[in-house]
Design a binder for this molecule. Structure first.
Ligand SMILES: [Zn+2]
Length: 398
């Protein structure tokens, strides 16, 4: 399989995209599926890419950490790709097997560099605060939803993970959160080695520690957790030195209520940025919002930004944006922030372009980035409202 004469490999796919990696480069291509009826509107693709590049990334990082690019593939490349991808794709996904010539090129977030050893932990953290609607139950959206998922046979076991623990900023609770994700990953945790998944929900939990034992700089789960937590609490650009490793903890003490103790996150850390964006949904009146068209808001939002000359890499502009923009835009940004995935990469070979993290006198390069930042449809707000109602009914029944 090749694109532009370069060898490619199938990585994974969702409802809208098939992701392929261009071998011996740091890039992936997201092919856009077509259902045969309509060619995807170029304007919608362009707006979606601008939303990621000009809104979500600068709001999360304060700078253009990376940029997605629209590319055009030849009709021959597309034809050959859809033929050769057919057999490697999961059967249930093959119903859509034609792709648009327009595709998206993005950095491969599971690696630091293709010519080094790379490990990447993907965490889909979900909503990290107790939404006001659930205040009186002291249960967060994620934990309530686990009960619903169990009832609807979507999961086999309720996860012990609570996003409030991960976002607490307290090392012990963050360790508990990640250990619970490793124990029962569902779609919230994956480990990649050189871009390939080596641990996910289908893996045996005992394998996680085994995997780490064979990886020179980590050697133990304990050291690995120290590294991940320090990176989550960092600004993502500074070098980090861990002076002493944490004690191992036992996680068998789940409580009836989610622990909503006040956050102790450092102001400039990545998790704090993500949480700030997630909380933007707290001030919106959903009834008026849901009358809008599904994706029209993306066009309007980008247009408003152009007219007001807002560039979100400037701190003053970010402040102005969050204070003055239509609450609907903010609610949609919040919806993306609640469903994105954090990618934490480490490589034992140090690279000048990336900051380092040092533990036990060994240094690694690290990179923290975020994926799944595409705009969501306005319908997702209505869906959330319906689910909230269901969750409350279910909780009150018990
Ligand atoms: Zn919870």
């Amino acid at each position: 399989m090749s694109v532009f004469g370069k060898a490619v490999k199938y990585l994974n796919e969702g409802n809208v995209h098939v992701v392929i990696c261009i071998l011996n480069t740091d890039y992936v291509i997201r092919l856009i599926k077509e259902d045969g009826k309509t060619v995807k509107d170029m304007e919608i693709i362009r707006n979606s890419v601008s939303f990621v590049n000009l809104v979500m990334i600068p709001l999360l990082f304060g700078y253009y950490q990376y940029k997605e690019e629209i590319i055009k593939l030849s009709s021959e490349d597309i034809l050959r790709l859809s033929e050769s991808l057919f057999n490697v794709r999961p059967k249930h996904r093959r119903v859509k097997s034609t792709f648009s010539q327009i595709a998206i090129k993005a950095p491969n977030l599971t690696i630091i560099s293709y010519n080094s050893e790379n490990y990447c932990l993907e965490i889909k953290p979900k909503e990290g605060f107790l939404a006001s609607n659930f205040n009186k139950y002291s249960k967060c959206y994620y934990c309530l939803k686990q009960v619903l998922k169990l009832q609807e046979n979507e999961v086999e076991n309720i996860s012990g993970y609570c996003p409030l623990d991960l976002f607490s900023g307290e090392r012990k609770r963050m360790r508990k959160a990640i250990l619970n994700l490793i124990k029962n990953p569902q779609n919230n945790l994956k480990l990649f080695k050189d871009g390939n998944i080596v641990y996910n929900e289908t893996s045996n939990v005992n394998n996680f520690e085994m995997l780490l034992r064979n990886i020179a700089p980590y050697n133990s789960l304990n050291v690995f957790l120290d590294l991940i937590i320090k990176i989550l609490l960092s600004d993502g650009i500074s070098d980090i030195v861990i002076k002493e490793s944490s004690e191992e903890i036992d996680i068998n003490h789940n409580t009836e209520k989610c622990n909503n103790d006040r956050h102790k996150l450092p102001a400039n850390c990545f998790l704090n940025q993500l949480l700030t964006l997630q909380k933007l949904s707290e001030n919106i009146d959903l009834d008026s919002a849901t009358k809008n068209d599904d994706f029209q808001y993306v066009f309007k939002l980008l247009n408003d930004m152009r007219e007001l000359n807002i560039n979100l890499i400037n701190m003053d502009d970010r402040k102005k944006f969050l204070e003055t923009m239509d609450p609907l835009y903010l609610a949609m940004i919040s919806a993306v922030a609640k469903d994105c995935s954090i990618m934490i990469c480490m490589s034992p070979q140090t690279h000048d372009l990336y900051p380092s993290i040092t533990i036990n006198n060994k240094s690694l390069s690290y990179k923290i980035s975020v994926t799944d930042l595409e705009p969501k449809s306005i319908k997702s707000l209505t869906k959330r409202k319906t689910t909230e109602k269901k969750l409350i009914e279910l909780y009150e029944k018990k």
